[in-house]
Design a protein. Sequence first.
Length: 66
Amino acid sequence: MTEEAVEEVVSDCMHHWVIDQPNGPTSEGTCKICGMTQEFKNSIQGSGWDRDGGQGRRARQQKKAT
């Protein structure tokens, strides 16, 4: 193997993630089984719970109009 070759480590672990409480855009998770750590996003852009949905907006506009 040369210095230019990159060795990829493949884990056979079926991870069981324990993710820290949300505090900012990401939280760190640690596998309960193997101890591996990984960063997880606390929200997904465009998901229903992090933005005002169109149905709710329309309902409020209709209520104001009446």
